[in-house]
Design a protein around this ligand. Structure first.
Ligand code: GCB
Length: 599
């Protein structure tokens, strides 16, 4: 799926800004046809943003149900000869969109874009009425999974509530840009780029899909100096680039791949992509980028910030990339859902390596932090065949959206699923099989520390095993030495059982910025530094550990809970993106470790 752009054949209106907004507390929106009649007594709401932290109303912050957004816009008359699409970057989690009272799209999924051709719904040169209803209810068949339940207070009043297993606030609303955009009637629908190289010869394999058969497809590739370096014709083919400049971690080089559709020698559509030429493989226990062993240094992150929640924010995103550079990180995982396309564009540019994660988080029988025994969830009522279909659909859509980003080197198909259950095996076997049919990047599964070494039924299907380990925190609480011993044994046992490269996909501790204790105790900045150092002493001894992603890049909001003080405080940076002590320590360590780190 191509990102909407203005080109010499396409137009675009960004509808981000202030929208009318109404939370449907009395469940009357559908009955009263708000999608047609419009909103009365509405309030104002920014888009993109989560609505939860914008007002001072606790009822809205924790609201479970439908909220309605409305915008009126004149669609330019000259657009009547074009295709016109509405495209929502993401809305969490279930959306319906109407134009002038006509339903144009229904979509489930809180972290991926949806779009619709508006052909039969819009009025050109006149005002159009756009309504989007966003519902934030999760079920066992949505991703992430969750459950709606009713709570009765002492006066017998019923309240709708949301149960969830994942450890981040259920931010809701329209989180990314809403665009109206045009394409010509014959247009480029999709482009797929695969790259490779041999010595100094770069190789691009491309496929272009058009909506109708186009008479001529021309490809031009430009370098960063805007010099034409290669041309081709046809809907698919191979292009070679001499003296190629590779896309490398921390040293990104982007070519511009321009597709031109012609009819009778006249240009009818043009679209260009930034692409990077690079190669990724897992071979002999190592993760290779451009044939060199790559060691992941970085974080699990979240899309999360004050006031805006999960709303796209260029300032925060560019600040984050500056901090990643400053701390000498080379990568992050989009825990626990696909991030905005704008973030991946920045990663391509900054040379930061991405592990792209589908929103399969919380497929387990307990809320995080999970301790003790886990209940089974691969059952008829919970994670069932319907869930598998959804999981496959979302994985396909994530890949369709992100496949051309050179920064994306691996797909993460689940975080902390209940993979010790025998039924998980066929589920993941099928998921992996379907994923490998469409893309050849390595696949990651991330395991919870309650899955003991040798008990994971699905590791055999994956290329890299991610482990989220918190010994010395959730277990051996406060005793880093004991945690460290357990860690060493655990990692060796996991490797022996599965014989796959291991990425420490999460390790970290809650740390209150400004709390100092000597000797170090839990929650102090000193404890965070001691904990990380202890873990690194172990990783450095184990050649099969191919990377370290600290949990988390920054403090982030969670649901209200007795184990969370205004959210999860495992950030190395505060929620306002300022460093804790550990940030300085990591900067030093990662500055002294090369990307191509061999132990
Ligand atoms: C985990 C989860 C992550 C949590 C983290 C924690 O294992 O993957 O979503 O936030 O632990 O801090 O407990």
């Amino acid at each position: 799926m191509l990102y909407p752009k203005i080109t010499n054949s396409r137009n675009l209106i960004n509808l981000s800004g202030v929208w009318n907004f109404k939370a449907d507390y009395r469940e009357e929106g559908y009955k009263n046809h708000w999608y047609k009649n419009g909103l009365k007594d509405y309030e104002l709401m920014p888009v993109p943003a989560s609505y939860n932290d914008i007002t001072v109303d606790a009822k809205l912050r924790d609201f479970v149900g439908d909220v309605w957004y409305e915008k009126k816009i004149v669609i330019p008359k000259p657009w009547q000869n074009e295709n016109v699409f509405i495209r929502v970057g993401s809305a969490s989690h279930n959306s319906k969109a109407w134009i002038n009272g006509i339903l144009v799209k229904e979509y489930t999924g809180g972290f991926l874009p949806f779009e619709s051709n508006l052909e039969n719904a819009i009025k050109y040169g006149e005002e159009n009425h756009i309504v989007i209803c966003v519902n934030n209810e999760l079920t066992w068949q949505t991703f992430p999974p969750g459950e709606v339940y009713y709570f009765e207070d002492a006066d017998g009043n019923k309240k709708k509530k949301q149960r969830q297993q994942h450890d981040f606030f259920n931010y809701s609303g329209i989180h990314r840009h809403v665009y109206l955009y045009t394409t010509p009637k014959t247009y480029v629908k999709d482009i797929t780029i695969k790259t490779d190289f041999e010595e100094s010869l770069g190789k691009i394999h491309y496929d272009v899909i058009t909506n109708k058969i186009a008479e001529e497809i021309k490809i031009e590739v430009y370098d960063e100096e805007n010099q034409l370096v290669a041309v081709s014709t046809g809907e698919s083919g191979k292009i070679e680039i001499k003296n190629v400049k590779l896309w490398k971690p921390n040293n990104a080089y982007l070519y511009s791949f321009v597709v031109k559709l012609n009819s009778n020698h006249t240009l009818i559509d043009q679209y260009s992509l930034n692409i990077g030429i690079r190669k990724v493989q897992v071979k002999d226990g190592q993760f290779l980028i451009n044939n060199e062993p790559f060691y992941f240094k970085g974080f699990g992150k979240h899309e999360d910030m004050d006031v805006k929640g999960k709303g796209l924010d260029d300032a925060i995103n560019i600040r984050d990339f500056n901090l990643l550079k400053w701390i000498n990180a080379n990568s992050f995982r989009t825990s626990h859902y696909p991030y905005a396309e704008e973030v991946l564009d920045l990663a391509d540019r900054y040379g930061i390596v991405i592990i792209d994660e589908v929103p399969a988080v919380g497929m387990l029988g307990q809320a995080v932090p999970a301790v003790g025994e886990l209940d089974g969830v691969f059952t008829e009522e919970k994670i069932n065949n319907e869930s598998l279909k959804e999981h496959i659909r979302l994985t396909r859509e994530m890949i369709a959206r992100d496949k051309n980003h050179p920064s994306v080197v691996m797909w993460s198909l689940a975080n902390e699923a209940s993979v010790m259950e025998p039924k998980a095996e066929s589920y993941f076997q099928k998921l992996v099989e379907e994923t490998r049919k469409i893309d050849d990047r390595p696949l990651l599964n991330v395991n919870l520390m309650l899955i003991e070494p040798g008990k994971c039924n699905v590791s055999k299907y994956f290329d890299v095993i991610g482990l989220n380990l918190y010994f010395g925190w959730y277990s051996e609480r406060g005793d880093i030495d004991a945690g460290k011993k357990r860690l060493m044994k655990w990692l060796k046992d996991c490797y022996e059982a599965d014989n796959k490269p291991i990425l420490l996909s999460e390790y970290g501790v809650d740390t209150v910025a400004g709390l100092h204790k000597e000797p170090a105790i839990m929650f102090s900045e000193e404890f965070q530094v001691h904990f990380l150092k202890a873990y690194h002493e172990i990783f450095d001894q184990l050649p099969f550990v191919i990377g370290e992603h600290v949990w988390n890049f920054a403090d982030f909001m969670t649901g209200q809970d007795i184990v969370r003080v205004d959210g999860n405080k495992k950030g190395v940076f505060t929620r306002q993106r300022q460093p804790k002590m550990a940030a300085h320590y990591l900067r030093e360590r990662w500055g002294s470790l090369k990307n191509t780190y061999t132990k």
